[in-house]
Write a protein that binds this ligand. Structure first.
Ligand SMILES: [Zn+2]
Length: 239
């Protein structure tokens, strides 16, 4: 257990150092002021058509520029997935995910498309949104290089072991709130996840856990805690 603790602490220090070094991270302003307007734009747009998949070279370059540790880069895959947009057309997107989860996330997206009518706004690497505005842009992103917001906990996104689906429809409910102050959660709206949702069923059947089962809801968040545990000694903190 001691060994695991020090392994995670060591990783945490390296993540902190790399975030300090990271020029992109420092130069990008925190978004927030225009949330409601942005939300309306997103919900009324045909977002999926606005993006083009990135090449493998560009993918690696984006990680190097962000100062992601080489030990993480070598474990990440860029996976093509097809999904239904809010325009009801099928679109090609890309997920950046831990190599061990490549087959699983591929099956999840195939099943969502084949078995449900669930629409997704867009599925692209968070690097395409300057790393910090993916959620506000309602993008369904997986790998991210960061700590959990306002904490020193390492997010499962940092290992490529979590994905957020339609963040605008499926907000994270912050401490002290019954609902998200920025995005109201309304399970009757298309693209929203709830406990009887076929998408939740598919993720859970494929071995993923869901933040909608936590006391403090993170409705968008699906994760695989065993990746952080296996490689970095992170034990699951929320359940
Ligand atoms: Zn998440």
């Amino acid at each position: 257990m001691k060994d695991l603790d020090s392994k995670l602490k060591n990783f945490s220090k390296k993540l902190e150092n790399s975030l300090e070094e990271d020029k992109i991270n420092k130069s990008v302003l925190k978004s927030g002021a225009n949330i409601s307007k942005k939300m309306l734009d997103v919900l009324s747009s045909e977002q999926s058509s606005q993006f083009k998949p990135m090449t493998h070279d560009k993918f690696i370059k984006s990680l190097e520029e962000k100062k992601v540790l080489p030990e993480i880069i070598e474990k990440l895959s860029l996976v093509n997935v097809d999904y239904r947009g809010f325009d009801d057309d099928v679109h090609r997107g890309q997920v950046v995910i831990h190599k061990d989860l490549e087959a699983s996330i591929t099956r999840v997206f195939k099943r969502i498309l084949a078995e449900t009518n669930f629409p997704i706004a867009s599925v692209f690497p968070i690097s395409m949104f300057n790393w910090n505005s993916s959620s506000i842009s309602n993008n369904s992103g997986a790998f991210d290089w960061r700590f959990v917001s306002d904490s020193d906990e390492i997010s499962d996104h940092t290992f490529g072991a979590a994905i957020d689906i339609n963040p605008v429809q499926n907000p994270q409910v912050r401490e002290g709130y019954k609902n998200s102050p920025d995005f109201p959660y309304d399970p009757s709206k298309r693209g929203t996840l709830h406990k009887d949702s076929a998408v939740v069923k598919i993720f859970e059947e494929e071995g993923w856990k869901w933040g909608g089962r936590w006391d403090e809801k993170d409705w968008m968040h699906f994760y695989r805690p065993e990746i952080g545990e296996k490689y970095y000694g992170k034990t699951e903190m929320k359940e």
